[in-house]
Design a protein around this ligand. Structure first.
Ligand code: MN
Length: 195
């Protein structure tokens, strides 16, 4: 498997003031690209060691694959979850399911913001088919706290590279800014696809 960096579905300055052009350029072109490269490098080395029959470095290569692959997947969802025309609230069956599983949209949002405030990586809203349930997840790095069999439908990157240049330590303001650009139609499509 080889990964490629996806293009942003909008211009670099399109998410201002929630995310500045500078941060979007660094975040997409350098950080996300770095995870894509990391997956591909790990895969090449894993193939090479299978050919050579030398598995002395397997542990660190598999860890590198997992970290970079999770980073690649989550950044793709994060970019596509946002739009310059975003904001507002979810509708349709997604909103109904949020209300069913969390009590209300407000209750869900408070819990999600708490996850985003505490995580050293990502806050995710995931759908778990096994329970037919939406759940919030706080992830450290890209993969510590991953839930098997769960499908992320909303992903918020709270690594410092995601907001520090724009907001300094005021992560809560960044989280509020994110909600101003969430593209709920994309989130709903992801939910409908996996439900
Ligand atoms: Mn990131």
């Amino acid at each position: 498997m080889r990964e490629k960096l996806i293009e942003l579905p909008y211009e670099y300055d399109a998410l201002k003031p929630s995310i500045s052009q500078q941060v979007l350029e660094w975040h997409h072109d350098t950080h996300h690209q770095g995870y894509v490269n990391g997956v591909n490098t790990a895969e090449e080395k894993l193939e090479q060691q299978r050919e050579d029959g030398d598995f002395s470095n397997t542990g660190s290569l598999l860890n590198s694959f997992t970290h970079n692959y999770a980073g690649t997947v989550l950044h793709e969802i994060f970019w596509q979850n946002m739009s310059p025309n975003g904001g507002g609230r979810p509708g349709g069956s997604l909103m109904e399911k949020i209300e069913e599983d969390f009590g209300s949209y407000e209750a869900w949002k408070k819990e999600f913001k708490a996850a985003a405030s505490s995580a050293s990586g990502w806050a995710l809203l995931v759908y778990i088919p096994r329970h037919d349930e939406l759940h919030n997840v706080a992830v450290d790095r890209h993969d510590e706290g991953a839930v098997w069999g769960a499908h992320p439908v909303l992903a918020l990157d709270v690594w410092e590279h995601s907001y520090y240049h724009d907001y300094g330590p005021a992560r809560g303001e960044f989280i509020d800014g994110f909600f101003d650009v969430v593209d709920w139609s994309d989130v709903s499509e992801r939910f409908e696809e996996v439900r």
